[in-house]
Structures are given as C-alpha cells and as structure tokens.
Design a protein around this ligand. Sequence first.
Ligand SMILES: Nc1ncnc2c1ncn2[C@@H]1O[C@H](COP(=O)(O)OP(=O)(O)O)[C@@H](O)[C@H]1O
Ligand SMILES: O=C(O)C[C@@H](O)[C@H](O)C(=O)COP(=O)(O)O
Length: 336
Amino acid sequence: MNKLQFKQDRPLDFIALGRLCIDLNANETQRPMEETKTFTKYVGGSPANIAIGVSRLGLNTGFIGKVSDDQMGRFITSYLTETNIDTDHVAIDRTGAVTGLAFTEIKSPTDCSILMYRDNVADLKLDVHNVSEGYIKQSKALLISGTALAQSPSREAVFLALEYARKHEVVVFFDIDYRPYTWASEEETSTYYNLAAEKCDVIIGTREEFDMMEKLLNLEASSDEVTANRWFSYNAKIVIIKHGGEGSIAYTKDGNSYRGGIFKTKVLKTFGAGDSYASAFIYGVMTGMSVKEAMRFGSASASIVISRHSCSDAMPTVAEIKEFMSSAEEILQETY
Ligand SMILES: Nc1ncnc2c1ncn2[C@@H]1O[C@H](COP(=O)(O)OP(=O)(O)O)[C@@H](O)[C@H]1O
Ligand SMILES: O=C(O)C[C@@H](O)[C@H](O)C(=O)COP(=O)(O)O
C-alpha cells in the first residue's frame, strides 16, 4: 500500500507519546543566558508541542506520557486538559523523578540555544504498563518522539506502542527529535532510531538527524533521495527531510517528491519550527490535503510560531494559518 489510510471509525484522531516538559523561555532576548534574569514558563517537550498544535487545529487528541508528582507535573496536565487533550493516559511518576526543564536563550533570531536540565526525568520513566492496547486501537494515528527511545523503561514502552499501532492499523508518525544529551553513545542512538523507524508510516527529521541515523551504515553518498528510498522498503509511505530556513522536501512511496518552501516572517527565535511544522502537516494529511498542501500548511504554522515567544502556547488555529498564508510571501529554494 502506497498511501496513508486512516481508519475513519476511531473516536480519537491522534495520540502523541513521549515527553511532557517545561520550557522556560528568556524574556530578555538579544542577550546570553548568563545575563538573563527572567523567563516565562510554558508547557514544552517536542511531542507535547505537537499534540497541542494538532489539538488547537481541531483534531481529537490524546497523550501517552508520564509527569512528575509535583506542581510542574500538575501544571502540564492542567494545560493539556485546557487544550482539549485527553490526559487519561498521562501517568504520574511515584519514584520522585522530576520534570525536564528547557531554558531557552534567544541571543538573536539566528542565534538561539537550549539548556536542558534532564537528570532523573519523569518522561523517561514511562513504562510498558502505561501503554494500553485498548487506548491505542481507538486512534487513527500515533506520534512517536525519538527521544523517548533514549532510555529504558521508556524505550520498551515505545516499542510496545509501535506493536499495538501496527496490529490495529494505526498510522504511525515518527518525529526523529534527536537530542544528543539524552543518549549514551552514537551507536546506541543510531541502532534504536533505525529499529523504530522501520515500523513507522511517516518519518520526519532534519537532514542532520537522518545523517545521525545513517552514520553506522557507511551509506555511499547519501542524499535526501537515498535516505527516503531506504525507508520505503520497510513501512514508510512518506519521508520528510527538513532543511531549516531553506524549507523541506517530502518523498512518497509512489516515487514522487515535493519541495516545500518557507513563508517569510519576522523571526523572534528558531526553536518550535519543527514541532509546529509537524503538527500542521499531520493535520493536513489527516484532513485530506495533498502532501504538498500539508507541507505548505506546516511551513505557515512554523512561520507563525517562530515569530512568537513560546512553542506550545503559540500554536495557531486553522483560521490563523489561513489568514497568514493569504498575505505572507512564500519562497521556494532549490538548494538541496
Ligand atoms: N527562518 C525560517 N523562516 C521561515 N520558516 C522557517 C524558518 N526556519 C524553519 N522554518 C520552517 O520550519 C520548518 C522546520 O524547520 P527546521 O528548522 O528544519 O526544523 P527543526 O526545528 O526541527 O530543526 C522548515 O521546513 C520551514 O518550513
Ligand atoms: O523539545 C523540548 O524538550 C523543548 C521544546 O519544547 C523546545 O521548545 C524546542 O526545542 C522545540 O523544538 P523544535 O520544534 O524541534 O525546534
């Protein structure tokens, strides 16, 4: 089968699995972290941002994750509930683990970085007992975030969720979401990423992330096309390779490729681009847009989010994206 087939009889549209964290975004921009005194707190973590984006666009969304048993964990769960995300499968850690924190530094629109505090984090304590077959089979689609593969017991929870998704024909989106500080070695990283990607229907990552997955394989002269074709011999139907401010390219199993442009915007910070792109792309393909249209929708959402202070809170509605697309300048690059 070449195309994504979403089972229309399912009560849930989309479930995301992975980390639920906190972003602390610097209020004083144009300066280094050492000189930053105040931050604004938002829900963060790539799969959380994507779920929030998808829910704000109107899809019926749920989450499988684990939060700390404290004020931070409760803040996250409340925010998800307010955003209409089902939290019945967000478990509470009872071992004293903490919420992961991402402090963001916004030195300039092109010079942004993230300082992560991720020792003993609750999200990586997600275990197989927190993954319900009955819940997964109620959904049309599942998103796996690669960071959840970084450690046990979360790693096993991901593989079990993948197993249930395949068994019940739930379409699986895999956001590579590679964060090196969460992993012990390049060999371990590449091995688990490849094992998980084999089971997924849509794989989304940056060129650098795919390079990381291919490092051990000694692929001769890898290119976006070589990368994509490798996955079509497994389960992938769509492979998207993101190229930052130069746009993105999607390959489909039927042999086509589609180049995605960007929409010009006043960039405040660069992080959040990938998550907003993913959420609007997923919404697009799940609501009948073509791959090309869904990529444009993703790019427009990314442009909106990178012009705003947060990632999660900044996720736009369908009306906002459409309005933005009607007036923003679109640029298509042919540099890759
Ligand atoms: N400077 C930018 N201006 C406009 N759109 C951008 C810019 N940077 C990224 N985007 C959009 O966001 C998408 C994902 O960005 P990218 O940086 O590749 O992902 P990630 O945030 O995961 O590293 C791009 O394909 C593009 O559509
Ligand atoms: O994913 C995290 O833990 C941090 C995010 O919440 C953060 O805001 C971010 O890095 C967004 O990632 P991107 O969309 O891949 O740029």
